[in-house]
Design a protein around this ligand. Sequence first.
Ligand code: GLA
Length: 378
Amino acid sequence: MGWNSWNAFSCAVTEEDIRSAADRLVETGLRDAGYEYLVVDDCWMDDELDDGYLRPHPEDFPSGIEALAEYVHDRDLKFGIYSSAGRVTCQGYPASLGHERKHARQFADWGVDYLKYDNCGDHEGKDALARYSAMGKALAKVDRDIVYSICEWGRNEPWRWGRNAGGHLWRATHDIVAKWSTEDTEFGLGIADIIDQMDDRDIAPSHGPGGWNDPDMLQIGNGPDSGQSKLEDVTVERGLTPAEERTHFSFWCLFAAPLMAGNDLVEMDDRTLALLTNEDAVAINQDPLGIQGTRDGRLGETEVWSKRLTDGRCAVILFNRGRTPATIETTVETVDMSVDAATYTVEDVWEDDEWQTSGTLHATVDPHDVALFRVSPE
Ligand code: GLA
Protein backbone atom coordinates (compact mmCIF):
# COMPACT_ATOMS: atom_id res chain seq x y z
CA MET A 1 0.00 0.00 0.00
CA GLY A 2 1.20 3.47 -0.75
CA TRP A 3 0.94 6.48 -3.02
CA ASN A 4 2.43 7.15 -6.46
CA SER A 5 2.89 10.55 -8.10
CA TRP A 6 1.91 9.65 -11.68
CA ASN A 7 -1.88 9.85 -11.74
CA ALA A 8 -2.05 13.22 -9.99
CA PHE A 9 1.08 15.00 -11.24
CA SER A 10 2.31 13.10 -14.34
CA CYS A 11 5.45 14.71 -15.70
CA ALA A 12 5.07 17.97 -13.80
CA VAL A 13 6.07 16.40 -10.46
CA THR A 14 8.57 18.26 -8.23
CA GLU A 15 10.25 17.51 -4.92
CA GLU A 16 7.86 19.96 -3.28
CA ASP A 17 4.91 17.81 -4.42
CA ILE A 18 6.62 14.76 -2.91
CA ARG A 19 7.31 16.51 0.39
CA SER A 20 3.68 17.67 0.60
CA ALA A 21 2.48 14.17 -0.23
CA ALA A 22 4.66 12.76 2.58
CA ASP A 23 3.24 15.30 5.03
CA ARG A 24 -0.31 14.61 3.91
CA LEU A 25 0.08 10.83 4.18
CA VAL A 26 0.82 11.41 7.85
CA GLU A 27 -1.68 14.24 8.61
CA THR A 28 -4.64 12.54 6.95
CA GLY A 29 -4.11 9.18 8.65
CA LEU A 30 -3.43 7.43 5.34
CA ARG A 31 -0.05 6.22 6.58
CA ASP A 32 -1.61 4.76 9.70
CA ALA A 33 -4.27 3.08 7.56
CA GLY A 34 -1.42 1.25 5.78
CA TYR A 35 -0.40 3.53 2.86
CA GLU A 36 3.31 3.30 3.50
CA TYR A 37 5.27 3.49 0.22
CA LEU A 38 5.61 6.92 -1.38
CA VAL A 39 6.74 6.44 -4.98
CA VAL A 40 8.06 9.14 -7.34
CA ASP A 41 7.11 8.07 -10.86
CA ASP A 42 8.57 9.21 -14.20
CA CYS A 43 10.27 12.59 -14.84
CA TRP A 44 12.38 12.96 -11.68
CA MET A 45 15.62 12.64 -13.67
CA ASP A 46 17.81 14.97 -15.69
CA ASP A 47 17.99 14.84 -19.50
CA GLU A 48 21.39 13.09 -19.63
CA LEU A 49 23.17 10.37 -17.67
CA ASP A 50 26.40 11.32 -15.91
CA ASP A 51 29.06 8.66 -16.62
CA GLY A 52 26.21 6.13 -16.77
CA TYR A 53 24.67 7.33 -13.50
CA LEU A 54 21.23 8.90 -13.11
CA ARG A 55 21.01 12.50 -12.02
CA PRO A 56 17.95 14.17 -10.49
CA HIS A 57 16.42 16.97 -12.53
CA PRO A 58 18.25 20.12 -11.36
CA GLU A 59 15.19 22.39 -11.29
CA ASP A 60 12.44 20.00 -10.24
CA PHE A 61 14.50 17.98 -7.70
CA PRO A 62 17.23 20.45 -6.64
CA SER A 63 17.85 18.89 -3.19
CA GLY A 64 18.60 15.49 -4.69
CA ILE A 65 17.05 12.09 -4.15
CA GLU A 66 18.96 11.16 -1.01
CA ALA A 67 17.63 14.20 0.85
CA LEU A 68 14.13 13.51 -0.39
CA ALA A 69 14.30 9.87 0.72
CA GLU A 70 15.44 11.10 4.14
CA TYR A 71 12.49 13.49 4.37
CA VAL A 72 10.16 10.60 3.57
CA HIS A 73 11.87 8.19 6.01
CA ASP A 74 11.70 10.81 8.77
CA ARG A 75 7.93 10.50 8.51
CA ASP A 76 8.05 6.71 8.94
CA LEU A 77 7.28 6.13 5.30
CA LYS A 78 9.15 4.13 2.67
CA PHE A 79 10.56 5.79 -0.43
CA GLY A 80 10.13 4.53 -4.01
CA ILE A 81 11.47 5.62 -7.36
CA TYR A 82 10.98 4.86 -11.08
CA SER A 83 13.08 3.80 -14.05
CA SER A 84 12.61 1.80 -17.23
CA ALA A 85 14.02 -1.43 -18.73
CA GLY A 86 14.89 0.42 -21.94
CA ARG A 87 17.15 3.23 -23.09
CA VAL A 88 14.63 5.89 -22.01
CA THR A 89 11.54 6.17 -19.81
CA CYS A 90 8.03 6.53 -21.18
CA GLN A 91 8.45 10.31 -21.07
CA GLY A 92 11.85 10.18 -22.82
CA TYR A 93 14.24 10.55 -19.84
CA PRO A 94 17.37 8.38 -19.48
CA ALA A 95 16.66 4.92 -18.08
CA SER A 96 18.47 1.82 -16.84
CA LEU A 97 18.95 -0.73 -19.65
CA GLY A 98 22.67 -1.56 -19.73
CA HIS A 99 23.27 0.33 -16.44
CA GLU A 100 21.41 -1.97 -14.07
CA ARG A 101 24.21 -2.56 -11.53
CA LYS A 102 25.20 1.11 -11.37
CA HIS A 103 21.62 2.26 -10.95
CA ALA A 104 20.72 -0.41 -8.38
CA ARG A 105 23.73 0.69 -6.31
CA GLN A 106 22.70 4.32 -6.71
CA PHE A 107 19.16 3.53 -5.55
CA ALA A 108 20.47 1.63 -2.52
CA ASP A 109 22.89 4.45 -1.61
CA TRP A 110 20.07 6.97 -1.82
CA GLY A 111 17.88 4.93 0.54
CA VAL A 112 15.34 3.73 -2.02
CA ASP A 113 12.94 1.05 -0.75
CA TYR A 114 10.90 0.39 -3.92
CA LEU A 115 11.61 0.47 -7.64
CA LYS A 116 8.90 0.71 -10.30
CA TYR A 117 10.55 -0.52 -13.49
CA ASP A 118 8.76 0.38 -16.73
CA ASN A 119 8.94 -1.01 -20.26
CA CYS A 120 9.61 2.05 -22.45
CA GLY A 121 12.60 2.95 -24.61
CA ASP A 122 14.69 0.91 -27.03
CA HIS A 123 15.06 -2.65 -25.69
CA GLU A 124 18.24 -3.28 -27.72
CA GLY A 125 16.79 -6.55 -28.95
CA LYS A 126 16.54 -8.04 -25.46
CA ASP A 127 13.38 -9.83 -24.38
CA ALA A 128 11.40 -8.90 -21.29
CA LEU A 129 12.69 -11.74 -19.12
CA ALA A 130 16.32 -10.79 -19.82
CA ARG A 131 15.74 -7.07 -19.21
CA TYR A 132 13.70 -7.51 -16.02
CA SER A 133 15.99 -10.24 -14.66
CA ALA A 134 19.03 -8.00 -15.14
CA MET A 135 17.57 -5.40 -12.79
CA GLY A 136 16.23 -8.12 -10.46
CA LYS A 137 19.74 -9.53 -10.09
CA ALA A 138 21.27 -6.09 -9.62
CA LEU A 139 18.77 -5.28 -6.85
CA ALA A 140 19.44 -8.63 -5.16
CA LYS A 141 23.15 -7.76 -5.00
CA VAL A 142 22.79 -4.46 -3.14
CA ASP A 143 22.79 -4.29 0.63
CA ARG A 144 19.24 -3.01 0.96
CA ASP A 145 15.74 -4.53 0.66
CA ILE A 146 14.10 -2.97 -2.37
CA VAL A 147 10.61 -3.96 -3.46
CA TYR A 148 10.77 -4.64 -7.20
CA SER A 149 7.67 -3.61 -9.13
CA ILE A 150 7.72 -4.85 -12.72
CA CYS A 151 5.70 -2.63 -15.04
CA GLU A 152 5.50 -4.17 -18.52
CA TRP A 153 1.71 -3.80 -18.71
CA GLY A 154 0.98 -7.56 -18.85
CA ARG A 155 2.44 -7.71 -22.39
CA ASN A 156 4.66 -10.76 -21.88
CA GLU A 157 2.56 -12.55 -19.25
CA PRO A 158 4.76 -11.48 -16.29
CA TRP A 159 2.64 -13.60 -13.92
CA ARG A 160 4.55 -16.57 -15.44
CA TRP A 161 8.10 -15.25 -14.88
CA GLY A 162 7.87 -12.21 -12.58
CA ARG A 163 8.97 -14.09 -9.45
CA ASN A 164 11.91 -15.67 -11.27
CA ALA A 165 13.00 -12.24 -12.43
CA GLY A 166 13.13 -11.16 -8.76
CA GLY A 167 9.83 -9.22 -8.96
CA HIS A 168 7.49 -8.77 -6.00
CA LEU A 169 4.61 -7.39 -8.07
CA TRP A 170 3.96 -6.97 -11.77
CA ARG A 171 1.45 -4.96 -13.72
CA ALA A 172 -1.05 -7.36 -15.24
CA THR A 173 -2.91 -4.78 -17.35
CA HIS A 174 -2.37 -1.60 -19.33
CA ASP A 175 -2.43 1.92 -17.85
CA ILE A 176 -5.50 2.77 -15.81
CA VAL A 177 -7.42 5.99 -16.51
CA ALA A 178 -10.18 7.53 -14.39
CA LYS A 179 -13.03 6.32 -16.61
CA TRP A 180 -15.54 3.49 -16.41
CA SER A 181 -14.44 2.00 -19.73
CA THR A 182 -12.56 3.16 -22.81
CA GLU A 183 -12.96 2.85 -26.56
CA ASP A 184 -10.22 1.25 -28.66
CA THR A 185 -9.22 4.69 -29.91
CA GLU A 186 -8.64 6.11 -26.40
CA PHE A 187 -5.54 5.89 -24.22
CA GLY A 188 -5.58 3.44 -21.31
CA LEU A 189 -8.15 1.19 -19.71
CA GLY A 190 -11.20 2.02 -17.60
CA ILE A 191 -12.16 0.33 -14.36
CA ALA A 192 -14.66 -2.11 -15.91
CA ASP A 193 -12.13 -3.05 -18.62
CA ILE A 194 -9.49 -3.90 -16.01
CA ILE A 195 -11.96 -5.90 -13.91
CA ASP A 196 -12.71 -8.00 -17.01
CA GLN A 197 -9.07 -8.52 -17.93
CA MET A 198 -8.12 -9.56 -14.41
CA ASP A 199 -10.58 -12.43 -14.68
CA ASP A 200 -10.27 -13.28 -18.39
CA ARG A 201 -6.50 -13.69 -18.12
CA ASP A 202 -6.95 -16.41 -15.50
CA ILE A 203 -4.00 -15.17 -13.45
CA ALA A 204 -5.34 -15.61 -9.91
CA PRO A 205 -3.38 -18.87 -9.35
CA SER A 206 -0.04 -17.05 -9.70
CA HIS A 207 -0.99 -14.35 -7.17
CA GLY A 208 -0.04 -14.50 -3.51
CA PRO A 209 2.35 -13.40 -0.77
CA GLY A 210 5.66 -12.34 -2.31
CA GLY A 211 4.34 -12.06 -5.88
CA TRP A 212 1.31 -9.99 -6.76
CA ASN A 213 -0.66 -9.29 -9.94
CA ASP A 214 -1.03 -5.52 -10.17
CA PRO A 215 -4.10 -4.02 -11.89
CA ASP A 216 -2.46 -0.55 -11.66
CA MET A 217 -2.86 2.36 -9.28
CA LEU A 218 -6.04 3.76 -7.77
CA GLN A 219 -7.83 6.55 -9.61
CA ILE A 220 -10.07 7.40 -6.64
CA GLY A 221 -10.36 11.15 -6.14
CA ASN A 222 -8.91 11.90 -9.57
CA GLY A 223 -10.26 14.03 -12.37
CA PRO A 224 -10.73 12.63 -15.84
CA ASP A 225 -7.36 13.79 -17.20
CA SER A 226 -5.25 12.01 -14.61
CA GLY A 227 -2.83 9.27 -15.55
CA GLN A 228 -2.39 10.65 -19.04
CA SER A 229 1.01 10.81 -20.60
CA LYS A 230 2.14 14.24 -21.72
CA LEU A 231 3.05 12.52 -24.99
CA GLU A 232 -0.49 11.27 -25.65
CA ASP A 233 -2.84 13.58 -27.48
CA VAL A 234 -6.11 12.59 -25.84
CA THR A 235 -9.26 14.28 -24.68
CA VAL A 236 -11.00 12.65 -21.79
CA GLU A 237 -14.50 13.71 -21.02
CA ARG A 238 -15.54 11.70 -18.03
CA GLY A 239 -14.15 10.68 -14.66
CA LEU A 240 -15.74 8.26 -12.21
CA THR A 241 -19.01 8.65 -10.29
CA PRO A 242 -19.10 7.91 -6.54
CA ALA A 243 -20.62 4.48 -7.29
CA GLU A 244 -17.87 3.74 -9.81
CA GLU A 245 -15.17 4.76 -7.33
CA ARG A 246 -16.71 2.42 -4.75
CA THR A 247 -16.69 -0.37 -7.34
CA HIS A 248 -13.07 0.41 -8.22
CA PHE A 249 -11.92 0.23 -4.60
CA SER A 250 -14.03 -2.84 -3.75
CA PHE A 251 -12.55 -4.81 -6.65
CA TRP A 252 -8.96 -3.78 -5.88
CA CYS A 253 -9.61 -5.05 -2.33
CA LEU A 254 -11.16 -8.29 -3.62
CA PHE A 255 -8.19 -8.77 -5.95
CA ALA A 256 -5.77 -8.39 -3.00
CA ALA A 257 -4.15 -5.87 -5.36
CA PRO A 258 -1.39 -3.45 -4.42
CA LEU A 259 -3.27 -0.34 -3.21
CA MET A 260 -1.31 2.64 -4.55
CA ALA A 261 -3.39 5.79 -4.14
CA GLY A 262 -2.91 8.19 -7.04
CA ASN A 263 -4.80 11.32 -6.08
CA ASP A 264 -3.58 14.79 -5.10
CA LEU A 265 -3.41 14.46 -1.32
CA VAL A 266 -3.44 18.23 -0.75
CA GLU A 267 -6.77 18.61 -2.56
CA MET A 268 -8.30 15.39 -1.20
CA ASP A 269 -11.96 15.56 -0.09
CA ASP A 270 -13.52 13.66 2.82
CA ARG A 271 -15.32 11.16 0.60
CA THR A 272 -12.05 10.09 -1.03
CA LEU A 273 -10.30 9.73 2.31
CA ALA A 274 -13.19 7.73 3.78
CA LEU A 275 -13.15 5.35 0.82
CA LEU A 276 -9.39 4.82 0.87
CA THR A 277 -9.32 4.20 4.60
CA ASN A 278 -12.40 2.02 5.11
CA GLU A 279 -11.07 -0.48 7.63
CA ASP A 280 -13.15 -3.48 6.57
CA ALA A 281 -12.35 -3.03 2.87
CA VAL A 282 -8.63 -2.60 3.60
CA ALA A 283 -8.72 -5.70 5.86
CA ILE A 284 -10.20 -7.71 2.96
CA ASN A 285 -7.36 -6.42 0.75
CA GLN A 286 -4.70 -7.22 3.33
CA ASP A 287 -6.05 -10.63 4.37
CA PRO A 288 -3.02 -12.86 5.08
CA LEU A 289 -4.06 -15.58 2.62
CA GLY A 290 -3.43 -13.03 -0.14
CA ILE A 291 -5.89 -14.68 -2.52
CA GLN A 292 -7.00 -12.85 -5.67
CA GLY A 293 -10.80 -13.04 -5.77
CA THR A 294 -12.48 -14.34 -8.92
CA ARG A 295 -15.85 -14.30 -10.66
CA ASP A 296 -18.31 -17.01 -9.53
CA GLY A 297 -21.15 -16.22 -11.90
CA ARG A 298 -22.82 -13.81 -14.24
CA LEU A 299 -26.50 -13.25 -15.01
CA GLY A 300 -27.30 -10.58 -17.59
CA GLU A 301 -25.49 -7.49 -16.39
CA THR A 302 -25.11 -8.68 -12.82
CA GLU A 303 -22.15 -10.60 -11.44
CA VAL A 304 -21.08 -12.37 -8.25
CA TRP A 305 -17.41 -12.39 -7.23
CA SER A 306 -15.71 -13.72 -4.12
CA LYS A 307 -12.42 -14.16 -2.33
CA ARG A 308 -11.59 -16.65 0.39
CA LEU A 309 -10.35 -15.08 3.65
CA THR A 310 -8.71 -16.42 6.80
CA ASP A 311 -10.82 -17.95 9.62
CA GLY A 312 -13.27 -19.53 7.18
CA ARG A 313 -14.56 -16.14 6.10
CA CYS A 314 -15.28 -14.94 2.59
CA ALA A 315 -15.55 -11.56 0.86
CA VAL A 316 -18.34 -11.26 -1.69
CA ILE A 317 -19.06 -8.61 -4.32
CA LEU A 318 -22.47 -8.29 -5.94
CA PHE A 319 -21.76 -6.17 -9.02
CA ASN A 320 -24.27 -4.36 -11.26
CA ARG A 321 -22.78 -3.40 -14.63
CA GLY A 322 -26.15 -2.24 -15.96
CA ARG A 323 -27.81 1.16 -16.20
CA THR A 324 -30.76 0.43 -13.86
CA PRO A 325 -30.81 -0.81 -10.25
CA ALA A 326 -30.75 -4.62 -9.95
CA THR A 327 -31.47 -7.13 -7.21
CA ILE A 328 -28.63 -9.64 -7.12
CA GLU A 329 -28.81 -12.90 -5.23
CA THR A 330 -26.41 -15.75 -4.57
CA THR A 331 -25.72 -18.36 -1.90
CA VAL A 332 -22.82 -19.37 0.33
CA GLU A 333 -22.48 -22.53 -1.76
CA THR A 334 -21.77 -20.48 -4.89
CA VAL A 335 -19.06 -18.25 -3.42
CA ASP A 336 -15.59 -19.28 -2.18
CA MET A 337 -16.68 -20.14 1.37
CA SER A 338 -14.56 -22.91 2.86
CA VAL A 339 -16.62 -23.69 5.98
CA ASP A 340 -20.21 -25.04 6.23
CA ALA A 341 -22.39 -23.63 8.99
CA ALA A 342 -26.08 -23.40 9.87
CA THR A 343 -25.83 -19.62 10.20
CA TYR A 344 -23.55 -16.96 8.70
CA THR A 345 -23.04 -13.35 9.71
CA VAL A 346 -23.02 -10.91 6.80
CA GLU A 347 -21.23 -7.58 7.26
CA ASP A 348 -22.16 -5.04 4.59
CA VAL A 349 -18.99 -2.94 4.24
CA TRP A 350 -20.43 0.14 2.51
CA GLU A 351 -23.80 0.24 4.30
CA ASP A 352 -22.12 -0.40 7.66
CA ASP A 353 -24.83 -2.93 8.47
CA GLU A 354 -24.84 -6.54 9.70
CA TRP A 355 -27.32 -9.45 9.69
CA GLN A 356 -27.53 -13.22 9.77
CA THR A 357 -28.43 -15.68 7.04
CA SER A 358 -28.74 -19.42 6.62
CA GLY A 359 -27.15 -19.15 3.20
CA THR A 360 -28.76 -16.60 0.88
CA LEU A 361 -26.88 -13.40 0.07
CA HIS A 362 -28.64 -10.59 -1.74
CA ALA A 363 -28.81 -6.84 -2.26
CA THR A 364 -30.33 -4.27 -4.55
CA VAL A 365 -27.40 -2.60 -6.27
CA ASP A 366 -27.35 0.72 -8.13
CA PRO A 367 -25.94 1.02 -11.67
CA HIS A 368 -22.14 0.56 -11.86
CA ASP A 369 -22.15 -0.04 -8.11
CA VAL A 370 -21.41 -3.00 -5.84
CA ALA A 371 -22.43 -4.47 -2.53
CA LEU A 372 -19.34 -5.67 -0.65
CA PHE A 373 -19.96 -8.28 2.07
CA ARG A 374 -17.73 -10.07 4.51
CA VAL A 375 -19.41 -13.37 5.40
CA SER A 376 -18.43 -15.33 8.52
CA PRO A 377 -19.64 -18.82 9.52
CA GLU A 378 -21.07 -18.90 13.08
C1 GLA B 1 3.82 4.03 -18.24
C2 GLA B 1 3.36 3.34 -16.95
C3 GLA B 1 2.62 4.33 -16.09
C4 GLA B 1 3.52 5.53 -15.78
C5 GLA B 1 4.02 6.16 -17.08
C6 GLA B 1 5.09 7.19 -16.81
O1 GLA B 1 2.76 4.40 -19.05
O2 GLA B 1 2.57 2.22 -17.23
O3 GLA B 1 2.17 3.73 -14.90
O4 GLA B 1 4.58 5.10 -15.00
O5 GLA B 1 4.60 5.18 -17.94
O6 GLA B 1 5.60 7.75 -17.98
